[in-house]
Design a protein around this ligand. Structure first.
Ligand code: S3P
Length: 445
């Protein structure tokens, strides 16, 4: 349903050195939140640097159906005239969240404590993804959900009229689940408390504070406990969205792999709960310099300068997974070029992303002549400094598998072909143009 039109097959072949400056689009996690929280604030929120990928446009459409006014200027500044906490309307049509798990799960949280009836669906990928992880805890606030077998979309929700505040310990490390509970808590009387055993990205906490909510965070082992005071008046605030580190990862690793490359990626978000990939690349011996560190809109930001060089294999601990959960497909491509076996531990959550990314990453590598194994929840890549290539890769409606395949082709001996690039638009519009401008050779096959 409503999938982007499939585009012709594309091939990626050995690239010229990547050089110059490549500005990556705005952070996807922060962009969704800026539109949602702006819709819940009183006044007009102005957003610069918003990602205008398909996923975020779905969020904008949903928030409009719920009563927010959202528009943008020719210079790319977005405006949200919000309805205030508890002030959203009943949508008069189905909310179609496309490919986006973040949009769907966060919106379930918001709807759970609004006295409205809503129906939500998504594309073929999203309709396969587990929603019970939010439906079950959110039901305890008084919301009534009905979903397909296995807690899959489409679902309907009748939000609570007088929502109970929740106390919940998140069983899997998931910023989406944590955020859904906190967002339900916005329109509940009293304090909502979420414990997470492993810390995950904290954009919800940071941005709610930015809009005036009281959010307290106490460290708790490797994670934390977060307490939100219910029914705050959120006040519109300006947001400048930094470049998405998860998107930057693709041109960055292409530059590391293609001999002679030196590429600058300006204004990339460096929130410490998102930078596990950079830690891992440093351990692999990668030359990634961070310059011009600054804080923009409450988030740390820096310019990255990436220089090609040899990489060594590493053992990536499971504890690092939450801070680089979206980066394993592209890290695996880097590992294929490193000398030795890289083991990436604790990747269970990859099985429930836009596709089964554990299987998809292993298939991407083996289809292109790289030795790879799945051992329980670990992925092992046996790198030897060479990617044979020559494979035809199935995207499985997954933007990150698609981009990882195209980056792999830039460093492979034989071109790599991809069945469908259309899903790249969910997170990185103009990816192909940006890569080609930097020196890559991505062409219709
Ligand atoms: C996200 C959280 C992560 C991540 C996703 C964005 C968010 O998902 O994979 O791309 O914005 O909260 P999980 O919470 O399911 O790990």
């Amino acid at each position: 349903m409503n999938a982007p039109d499939p585009q012709p097959m594309i091939s990626s072949r050995a690239a010229a050195p990547l050089s110059g400056t490549a500005a990556v689009p705005g952070d996807k996690s922060i962009s969704h939140r800026a539109l949602m929280f702006g819709a819940l604030a009183v006044g007009e929120t102005r957003i610069t640097g918003l990602l205008t990928g398909e996923d975020v446009l779905r969020t904008a459409a949903a928030m409009r159906l719920l009563g927010a006014e959202i528009w943008h200027d020719a210079d790319g500044t977005w405006h949200v005239a919000g309805r205030g906490v508890g002030g959203l309307n009943e949508p008069d049509d189905v909310l179609d969240m496309g490919n986006s798990g973040t949009a769907a799960r966060l919106l379930c949280g918001i709807l759970a404590s609004h006295p409205v009836f809503a129906v939500m669906t998504g594309d073929g990928s999203l309709r396969r993804r587990p929603m019970r992880r939010v439906i079950d805890p959110l039901s305890a606030c008084g919301a009534q959900f009905a979903a397909r077998e296995g807690g899959r979309l489409p679902l309907s929700v009748e939000g609570a009229r007088d929502a109970m505040p929740l106390e919940y310990r998140v069983p899997v490390p998931s910023a989406q689940v944590k955020s859904a509970i906190l967002l339900a808590g916005l329109n509940a009387r009293g304090a909502t408390r979420v414990e997470e055993p492993e810390a995950t990205r904290d954009h919800t906490e940071n941005m709610l504070r930015h809009f005036g909510a009281s959010v307290e965070v106490e460290p708790m082992g490797a994670g934390c406990a977060i307490t939100l005071a219910g029914q705050p008046e959120l006040t519109a605030a300006d947001i400048n969205v930094p470049g998405d580190p998860s998107s930057a990862a693709f041109p960055l690793i292409a530059a590391l792999l293609v001999p002679g490359s030196r590429l600058t990626l300006p204004a990339v978000g460096l929130n410490p709960l998102r930078t596990g990939l950079f830690t891992t690349l440093a351990e692999m011996g990668a030359d990634v310099a961070v310059t011009n560190r600054r804080t923009e809109g409450g988030e740390p930001v820096g310019d990255l300068v990436v220089t090609h060089g040899p990489l060594r294999a590493v053992d990536v601990p499971a504890a690092r997974a939450p801070s680089m959960i979206d980066e394993y497909p592209i890290l695996s491509v880097a590992a294929a070029m490193a000398g030795g076996t890289t083991r990436m531990r604790g990747l269970k959550e990859l099985r429930v992303k836009e596709s089964d990314r554990l299987a998809g990453t292993a298939a991407l590598l083996s289809e292109n002549g790289v030795k790879v194994e799945i051992d329980g929840d670990d992925l092992l890549v046996h790198g030897n400094g060479r990617i044979p290539g020559g494979g035809v890769v199935a995207t499985h409606m997954d933007h990150r598998i698609a981009m990882a395949a195209l980056v792999m082709g830039t460093a492979a001996a034989q071109p790599i072909r991809l069945d469908d690039v259309s899903f790249i638009d969910t997170s990185f519009p103009r990816f192909v143009a940006l890569m080609n401008q930097a020196g890559a050779a991505l062409r219709p096959a």
